[in-house]
Design a binder for this molecule. Structure first.
Ligand code: BGC
Length: 494
């Protein structure tokens, strides 16, 4: 057989295998409907689920004790701290009362050992957080250290927490890589406050605990100049905050009468005091942990079981969020290699570049370059894969890798549309007012930077039960600095 013929056949086999994999990542309109309906069912179940049921694996639907939304007129000077998937940020926020704010911040990358080392304790983590807080005050606000003036702080903690009041909550489980066992079941506000006190910062009072989605929701309400106002005849209303970054999650406003999991006396008390709604942190990363409806490939199973720090949980997040997009691609590529279809220059798996054989070494940023590469011979892709994985590729291989990247990101965005469509449908906000439109405050690296991610969500929304008409009324807005400003807003009302 001639060289050309062999080459064509090899590419043909790879191409066919890749098409089959891509097919598994497609979500049909019927599937979008099925998932959205199941999401609504799961929300209702979660709202009624007793907090103490340890065997419950469904949607957490956590009451946040935030019972009102800002309108942009709030003012004051507050502190905020934000522990996310990759960074810890401390900020001071000045709310100016006119939808505007100014913010000073110090951002630190969480040291690897706090994430990786299984022997690390809560004390080590919170000592580190307090130390960074002190560094921030020393740099930007030494006056508070000297005069001891009391300062309110909101703490954005972007992990599932059983919230018991606006200012307390116990960690249910870590996500996004943390493994510190002794934090489970502990009140994270108490831990943080203790270490602030120990390091001489008792003038700081941590008065509010907020998930990053709650912060994003509130800060979008504060900043949106459309909030409740008439814009060319329409009323635009912020209805949700969501994150598509390292992790994914969303928060929205629910009628208190529907939050059946609140103790009866507490619900009655809230209603009597005139409160009608409460922000719910859905923790949608944990949607369908029993895999009754989520599309599941063998790669998803492997990633969850072999490589993730919380097997069996947050299975929706593992198909959607930035932490996992690259890992899915890495697992597909290894499978194609094991089947003798790609990277034929390597004779065994031991010879592959170690970055390709190491979990979580392929970042979603690399996928974002490949997604939109239209350079001749896909040179951008070649460079990106070479730089990140030290892996040389042929043009034929790059064509197939690009197909895979696009299938993985599309599935992620289509799935991302499911909870949005479900919340819009369940709350009925799209039909609340004639010509009423809704805004969704979004934050996170994927929704902000992944090329086309927001348009893909929009396509999927149009295919979901809200249809093209609902999709047109829905605005996906980037809410910057959500967690800092949002936590400050929570602290303000505390
Ligand atoms: C966490 C959520 C968080 C989301 C986005 C998830 O892994 O469970 O609490 O809101 O990531 O940061």
């Amino acid at each position: 057989m001639s060289f050309d013929k062999v080459h064509q056949e090899t590419h043909g086999r790879l191409s066919k295998a890749v098409d089959d994999v891509c097919e598994e990542f497609v979500l049909s309109p019927e599937k979008m409907h099925e998932l959205t309906n199941f999401f609504i069912e799961s929300m209702e179940k979660g709202l009624g689920q007793a907090k103490e049921d340890a065997d419950y694996r469904g949607l957490p639907m956590i009451p946040t004790y935030v019972t009102g939304l800002p309108n942009g007129t709030e003012s004051g000077m507050l502190l905020a701290a934000d522990l996310g998937g990759t960074n810890f940020r401390v900020c001071s926020v000045e709310l100016k009362g006119n939808h505007k704010f100014s913010l000073l911040q110090m951002k630190s990358k969480i040291p690897e050992e706090l994430l990786e080392d299984e022997t690390v304790t809560s004390d080590a983590l919170f000592t580190y957080l307090a130390r960074r807080t002190l560094a921030f005050l020393n740099k930007y606000h030494p006056e508070y250290l000297q005069n001891g003036e009391k300062l309110k702080m909101g703490f954005t903690f972007s992990y599932p927490v059983n919230q018991t009041s606006l200012s307390s909550g116990t960690l249910i489980r870590w996500t996004k890589g943390f493994k510190i066992k002794d934090t489970l079941g502990k009140d994270v506000v108490k831990l943080y406050q203790k270490h602030l006190d120990d390091q001489g910062m008792s003038m700081i009072r941590v008065v509010a605990l907020a998930n990053d989605t709650v912060g994003t929701f509130l800060s979008h309400c504060y900043c949106s100049e459309n909030n409740g106002s008439l814009t060319s005849g329409e009323i635009v209303e912020p209805v949700m905050g969501c994150i598509f970054g390292t992790g994914t999650n969303g928060a929205y406003l629910e009628k208190i009468e529907n939050v059946k999991k609140l103790p009866d006396e507490q619900r009655a008390e809230l209603l009597q005091s005139g409160k009608t709604h409460m922000v719910i942190n859905t923790e949608w990363g944990s949607f369908d942990n029993d895999l009754k409806h989520l599309p599941t490939t063998r790669y998803d199973i492997d990633i969850d079981q072999k490589f993730s720090s919380n097997p069996g949980f947050h299975l929706f997040e593992k198909r959607v969020s930035g932490m996992f997009l690259g890992e899915i691609l890495r697992n597909v590529l290894l499978d194609l290699f094991r089947r003798g279809l790609i990277f034929g220059q390597y004779t065994s798996e031991d010879h592959l570049p170690h970055r390709l054989t190491t979990a979580f070494e392929l970042s979603s940023e690399v996928l974002s370059h490949i997604e939109i590469d239209d350079s001749s011979q896909l040179r951008e892709t070649e460079l990106s894969i070479l730089q990140s994985l030290r892996l040389p590729t042929t043009y034929d291989e790059r064509i197939e890798i690009q197909k895979l990247v696009r299938a993985i990101s599309r599935r992620s965005a289509y799935l991302a549309a499911v909870p949005i469509a479900a919340i819009l449908t369940k709350t009925g906000v799209l039909n609340k007012r004639y010509h009423g439109e809704v805004e969704i405050g979004c934050d996170g690296s994927v929704v902000e930077y992944y090329p086309g991610f927001r348009s893909m969500i929009r396509h999927a929304l149009a295919l979901s039960p809200i249809g093209p008409e609902g999709e047109r009324k829905t605005h996906l807005c980037i809410a910057k600095d959500g967690s800092g400003v949002g936590a400050a807003l929570c602290a303000l009302v505390a």
